[in-house]
Write a protein that binds this ligand. Structure first.
Ligand code: AMP
Ligand code: ZN
Length: 114
């Protein structure tokens, strides 16, 4: 989608601090980090929200979770711990309507979330 921020980041049209890319996924640093490590993992293909997933996307979402764990490990946070978050729609505070998984690590993360 030409007017979607994360489609434009995934295509390289808008610069970002990319930490991983492959055929299906791009991961880049969040521009307003909420923890010492805050990475966003997005599919290259435009999917607006979790509500828009189909069974065909099961492997894609699995690969997002595995990439999050791999990046956490790469940065030394696997044993200490980390959090993944996918916000969906208004009550969860979703602001960019291109599916993304937040990876947060490097500080104690309170529960329940705000
Ligand atoms: P959400 O509230 O779950 O939709 O998260 C959107 C996230 O995108 C927020 O954490 C923003 O800080 C982040 N964000 C917005 N614009 C950019 C950008 N140009 N590069 C990197 N992260 C961004
Ligand atoms: Zn998009």
């Amino acid at each position: 989608m030409s007017n979607c921020l994360f489609c434009r980041i995934a295509s390289g049209e808008i610069p970002s601090a990319i930490v991983h890319q492959d055929d299906a996924l791009v991961a880049f640093k969040d521009i307003t980090p909420q923890a010492p490590l805050h990475i966003l993992i997005v599919p290259r293909r435009h999917i607006a929200t979790l509500n828009d997933l189909t069974p065909d996307d099961d492997a894609l979402v699995g690969s997002m979770a595995r990439l999050a764990a791999g990046l956490a490990r790469e940065h030394g946070y696997d044993a200490r711990g980390f959090r993944t978050v996918v916000n969906c729609n208004a009550d969860a505070g979703q602001t960019v309507f291109h599916l993304h998984m937040h990876l947060l690590a490097g500080r104690g993360l309170s529960w329940p979330p705000g």
